[in-house]
Ligand binder design. Structure first.
Ligand code: PLP
Length: 390
């Protein structure tokens, strides 16, 4: 059976060039980047070259790049590394759990936290960030692109507001990196987290931009790796893979790949919206289209259970994800969609389609063939449609 993977925001496969770049660093060039012999130097040089690639990607100095294990660590480091009891922290209610759970923990440890809600479109209004600020606000953390809706946040405006208030600014750029140009100077942030596996790099590796002089404490202590900002032997193959993925992402940003992808996503969206009782989450802000990354659309389907549709599509060879997450065995509607004002039923009946940058017209054709079949079938048998389930 044909399989079409439309869950790129969950993770992406390595591109062959990334695999090829990493391969020598598992075996021939296995050295520890901290060792002074030739094997160590080879590994060290590879890390240095990768750091230069990341610095160009962020538009920062090489010394401002810290390699780590990915988005969760970058987000946690910004929050645990900067906040102390008595501080005030401003973030949003649509962040990834790597920010939200860290914020909850800080709240238990005496940090005051304000979660700013989005507009119904999924956009964070910079004026709401402004209103949330207090004299003791130490950190503002807002994501670049939302993982569920793809909505791009006005981080540049928020950066200016944080600067005027004298607060540090962290951006979780995990879902935006490699899909839109990054520029930490223009964004005005002090920290910016990215992860390799969302842009065709390996899992378990990422990088954070840390602006020179930002007093962020390391989560991990031990050796003096990464200028004492992140202890632990460098994951050399992972770092090399991250840099290659970044290089390819930058090329894709310049060669029209994302225009092609946006056109495919739009065709998919328009095709699905031909079904009755459907709509886009995060498509419009009043009569203005909301800026979104090119690969993502989040669609609600009335009169069915989203989870049932995810399973039905999987059985037909299509991988997508639902607008809900499983917490301790119970399916909870998405916190992002709920924060945007959807009711539980509609939030549960929403699906995220996130296309790989290698997606084809044939992939979209196939999904447009199977989605209506699956929706019609589920609606015909659904207790939601029959009104027997709330
Ligand atoms: N932030 C966002 C917006 C994400 O989508 C994710 C992953 O889904 C993360 C952080 C966590 O990144 P990682 O999987 O590299 O820990």
């Amino acid at each position: 059976m044909k399989r079409v993977y439309m869950d790129a925001n969950a993770t992406t496969p390595l591109l062959p060039e990334v695999m090829d770049a990493m391969r020598p660093y598992w075996m021939e060039h296995f050295g520890n980047a901290s060792s002074i012999h030739l094997d160590g130097q080879q590994a060290h040089a590879a890390v240095d070259r990768s750091r230069a690639t990341l610095a160009e990607f962020f538009n920062c100095h090489d010394a401002e790049v810290v390699f780590n294990s990915g988005g969760t660590e970058g987000d946690n480091t910004a929050i645990f590394g900067l906040l102390r009891p008595g501080d005030h922290f401003v973030t949003t209610s649509i962040e990834h759990s790597a920010v939200l759970r860290a914020a909850d923990l800080m709240a238990q440890r005496g940090v005051e936290v304000t979660f700013v809600a989005p507009r119904p479109s999924g956009l964070i209004d910079p004026a709401d960030i402004q209103r949330a600020l207090r004299p003791e606000t130490r950190l503002v953390s807002v994501m670049l692109a939302n993982n569920e809706t793809g909505v791009l946040q006005p981080v540049e405006d928020i950066g200016k507001i944080a600067k005027a208030a004298g607060a540090f600014f962290h951006i979780d750029a995990v879902q935006g990196a490699g899909k839109v140009p990054l520029d930490v100077r223009r964004f005005g942030c002090h920290l910016c987290s990215v992860s390799a596996h969302k842009m065709h790099g390996p899992k378990g590796v990422g990088a954070t931009f840390v602006r020179r002089g930002t007093p962020v404490e390391s989560l991990l202590v031990g050796g003096s790796h990464e200028r004492r900002r992140r202890a632990g032997t460098e994951n050399v193959p992972g770092i090399v893979g991250l840099a290659k993925a970044v290089e390819l992402a930058v090329r894709s940003l310049a060669d029209g790949t994302f225009d092609r992808l946006a056109a495919l996503r739009d065709r998919l969206e328009v095709g699905i919206l031909e079904l009755s009782g459907t709509g886009v989450n995060g498509g419009w802000d009043g009569d203005r289209p909301v800026p979104r990354v090119a690969n993502t659309t989040n669609i609600w389907f009335d009169h069915l259970e989203g989870e049932a549709l995810v399973i039905a599509l999987d059985l037909k060879g299509v991988a997508v994800s639902g607008g809900s997450a499983c917490h301790s065995g119970a399916t909870e509607p998405s916190h992002v969609l709920m924060a945007m004002g959807l009711n539980k039923t509609r939030a549960r009946a929403s699906l995220r389609f996130s296309l790989l940058k290698t997606a084809t017209e044939a992939d979209v054709d196939y999904v447009l063939k199977v989605v209506p079949e699956a929706v019609e079938h589920l609606r015909a048998i659904s207790p939601v449609a029959a009104g027997t389930l709330g």
